[in-house]
Design a protein around this ligand. Sequence first.
Ligand code: PXP
Length: 234
Amino acid sequence: MILLGLNIDHCATVRQARYRAVAPGAEPAVEPDPVALAVQAEKAGADGITIHLREDRRHIIDADVARVRAEIGTRMNLEMACTAEMTAVAKKLKPDSVCLVPENRAEVTTEGGLDVVGQRDRVAGIIDAMGEIGVKVSLFIDPDEPQIAMAAELGAPWVELHTGSWANAYYTDRRAEEFARLVRGAEQAHAAGLVVNAGHGINYENVAEIRGLPHLHECNIGHSIISRALFSGF
Ligand code: PXP
């Protein structure tokens, strides 16, 4: 069975659109609460909760991270940039796992995988720091041979293959080519002893194809589930 990690960032995005600055005493009005959503998602069968604490705190804020750690009963996967600040947050929080992602202030959402070849030493340092406190590390990378080889060399137990290029190509004539790239990446990662996860842009339609990715352990999905919930609720 392929596991589901629910990414709750987009619930926080909706909250922040109204309640970025909350006047003292107004907290009961704050909605939607991403942590309450996480708890509901677990009841509905999600295998883990993924949140991305960005440097600019544009959606998930520090209080969410602490509450998710305290209130959920499954696994907490903290997506984070490769910075000293985030490493300190992870050390204090001790999530079940961290997923290292690239972060660029100007992007609307994560675009492209982490360049572990170019940032070898920095990534290795975080893997070591997390290893010391028993936190598993996943590397969010594009399904490219050098990146996967480096992930294995650095001893990260997991990779999350970035499915964004494939998702963007899904309704074009490049879909088969992009899926073949993911398949090659999954085969290579598995052969190198890495656990294969996948995420970004997976939705209710294309998930049927992603289920066919060999060795797939877990999918992290956010935007499509939040979007569908919004619409069906409405
Ligand atoms: N995995 C990673 C590493 C992400 O950064 C994101 C969000 O950008 C996701 C999975 C979920 O992507 P989506 O919201 O498109 O489902």
